[in-house]
Design a binder for this molecule. Structure first.
Ligand SMILES: Nc1ncnc2c1ncn2[C@@H]1O[C@H](COP(=O)(O)OP(=O)(O)O)[C@@H](O)[C@H]1O
Ligand SMILES: [Mg+2]
Length: 412
C-alpha cells in the first residue's frame, strides 16, 4: 500500500511549467491524505486558479498517484494562494533556479516521453521515429534523443545525418574556446569540462522539417564517425551519455521530447528519472507472452523510479495478407496482458508491415505514407497528443513574474 512518501515522490514529477519546479519543491502541496479504502486526497495550492495549467496539473496528479499500489481513487482539492503565499512560492522558485540552475536543457514546458522495452528488436526505435514524425507532421516541435548509445538507429530511420554543430552561449566577454565543443574538449587532457566551460558551449541538435512541424535529433550516430570526438565521448560519457545529451545540447523550445531507450536500461532509466522526474514511459512489447514478461520488467523499473507509465504499444501484432487473411506470426495477447498487468491503457497495436522496415531503412518514416502500420501509428500519435500526453498549454495564465530567473536558467 502506497505511503504519503510514495505519493510525494510521484508528485515530484508534476511540474508547474510556469514556475519551472515541481509542485512539491515549490511547497504547493500542503496536504495529502490516504484513507483505509485507498482513497487519496491531494491538496494543491495554485498561484492562480482557472487557467489551463490547473487542468493539466490535475490530470498529472491523478495520472501519477492512481498508479501507486493500493490507490483506489484520487481527488484533487484546490486552493488559491494568498498574496503572501504567492510571494513565498515565487521566492522559492527564484531561489531554486538561482541556487541550482536546471541540470538539463529541457524546458519545463516540454513533455518528455521515454519509449522503453525489456529487450531489443521489438520495434522501439521504429515506433519512436514514427511517432516523432507523426507528431511533427501535426505541427509540433519534437525532439528525439537516441539514448541507445551504441545501438543507435534513429539517424538512419529519420533520414538525418551530418555532424552536430557547436553553439556558443553565455557571456561574450570571456574568451570563447571554439565553436566546436566536441573536438575542443577532446583535444584537452582534462576529460570533464568544468561547468563554466560547459555552460558556454553547447551542441545544436540536427533538425528536419516535417510539414508544419520540426524534428530535433541527437544521437551518438552523429558523433562516432569523428574519430577524435568519438574517443573523447567514449571515455567521458559511456555511462553518462544520456545525461550529457540533456545537459550539453541546446534543445530549445520543444513540445515533446521522445527518448529512444536502450534495452534493459536499469541505470539509464534511473539517471533519467532523477534528472527528469516528469518523464512518462510508453512500453513497447511484441504480442508473444514471453516478450510481455520481459517488458513488464521495464514497467516495474519505471514504477520503482516513480515514473508515470502512460501506456503500452504492441508492435508486430499480426500480418494481414493482401487477400485479407490474418497471420499472428509473433503470437497474440501480449500487449493487452501487459497493459492489464500494469493497469495502463493499451495505446495501440501496430501490425507487421514491411513499410515500417523499408521506411526505416530509407529514412522516410512509414507513418508519413499509407498502409496498415501507418494508419495505426498515426492513430496512436493522435491519441497521445490529445488524451494521453497532451502538450503543455501555458494559455493565458502566465504570470511572467519569473522572467529574470528564467533568463538565467536559459543561459547558464
Ligand atoms: N511493425 C513492424 N512491421 C515490420 N517490421 C518492423 C515493425 N516494427 C519494427 N520492424 C523491424 O524490426 C526490426 C527491429 O526494430 P527496431 O525498431 O530496430 O527495434 P528496437 O529499437 O526495439 O531494437 C527493424 O528491422 C524494423 O524495421
Ligand atoms: Mg533500437
Amino acid at each position: 500500500m502506497a505511503t504519503i512518501e510514495d505519493i510525494m515522490a510521484v508528485l515530484r514529477g508534476v511540474i508547474d511549467p510556469e514556475l519551472g519546479s515541481s509542485i512539491v519543491d515549490l511547497g504547493m502541496v500542503p496536504k495529502v491524505t490516504i484513507a483505509d479504502d485507498g482513497f487519496v486526497m491531494v491538496k494543491v495550492a495554485l498561484t492562480t486558479l482557472g487557467c489551463p495549467l490547473q487542468a493539466q496539473i490535475r490530470k498529472d496528479v491523478i495520472a501519477r498517484v492512481e498508479q501507486l499500489p493500493g490507490v483506489t481513487k484520487v481527488k484533487v482539492e484546490w486552493s488559491e494562494l494568498t498574496q503572501d503565499g504567492r510571494a513565498e512560492v515565487m521566492a522559492i522558485a527564484r531561489k531554486r533556479i538561482a541556487e541550482n540552475p536546471p541540470d538539463n536543457e529541457i524546458l519545463p514546458s516540454t513533455k518528455v516521453i521515454m519509449i522503453a522495452s525489456g529487450k531489443g528488436g521489438v520495434g522501439k526505435s521504429s515506433v519512436t521515429s514514427n511517432l516523432a514524425a507523426a507528431m511533427a507532421s501535426m505541427g509540433f516541435t519534437v525532439g528525439v534523443l537516441d539514448a541507445d548509445i551504441w545501438g543507435y538507429s534513429i539517424p538512419r530511420m529519420l533520414g538525418i545525418e551530418g555532424r552536430l554543430e557547436g553553439v556558443t552561449v553565455g557571456s561574450s566577454d570571456e574568451p570563447q574556446s571554439t565553436a566546436d565543443p566536441v573536438n575542443a574538449d577532446g583535444a584537452t587532457a582534462e576529460p570533464t569540462p568544468s561547468s563554466s566551460e560547459r555552460s558556454r558551449t553547447k551542441i545544436a541538435p540536427n533538425q528536419r522539417r516535417i510539414g508544419a512541424g520540426r524534428l530535433k535529433v541527437v544521437s551518438m550516430g552523429f558523433l562516432v564517425d569523428q574519430e577524435e570526438s568519438a574517443l573523447m565521448w567514449r571515455g567521458l560519457i559511456l555511462n553518462r551519455a544520456v545525461q550529457h545529451f540533456l545537459e550539453d545540447v541546446r534543445w530549445g523550445d520543444m513540445d515533446y521530447l521522445l527518448i529512444d531507450m536502450p534495452p534493459g536500461t536499469g541505470d539509464v532509466q534511473m539517471g533519467l528519472a532523477k534528472m527528469l522526474p516528469r518523464a512518462e514511459m510508453v512500453i513497447i512489447t511484441t504480442p508473444a507472452l514471453a516478450a510481455q514478461k520481459v517488458a513488464a520488467r521495464a514497467g516495474s523499473m519505471g514504477r520503482k523510479n516513480y515514473l508515470r507509465i502512460a501506456g503500452v504499444i504492441e508492435n508486430m501484432t499480426a500480418f494481414v495478407a493482401p487477400d485479407g487473411s490474418r497471420h499472428e506470426i509473433f503470437g497474440a495477447g501480449g500487449g493487452r496482458n501487459l497493459a492489464d498487468e500494469l493497469n495502463v491503457p493499451l495505446l495501440g497495436q501496430v501490425p507487421i508491415d514491411n513499410a515500417v522496415a523499408e521506411g526505416g531503412d530509407q529514412g522516410e518514416p512509414s507513418v508519413l505514407g499509407d498502409g496498415p502500420a501507418a494508419t495505426e501509428l498515426r492513430r496512436i500519435a493522435e491519441l497521445m497528443v490529445t488524451e494521453i500526453t497532451p502538450p503543455v498549454d501555458m494559455g493565458t495564465c502566465t504570470v511572467r513574474l519569473m522572467e529574470a530567473p528564467v533568463e538565467i536558467s536559459l543561459s547558464s
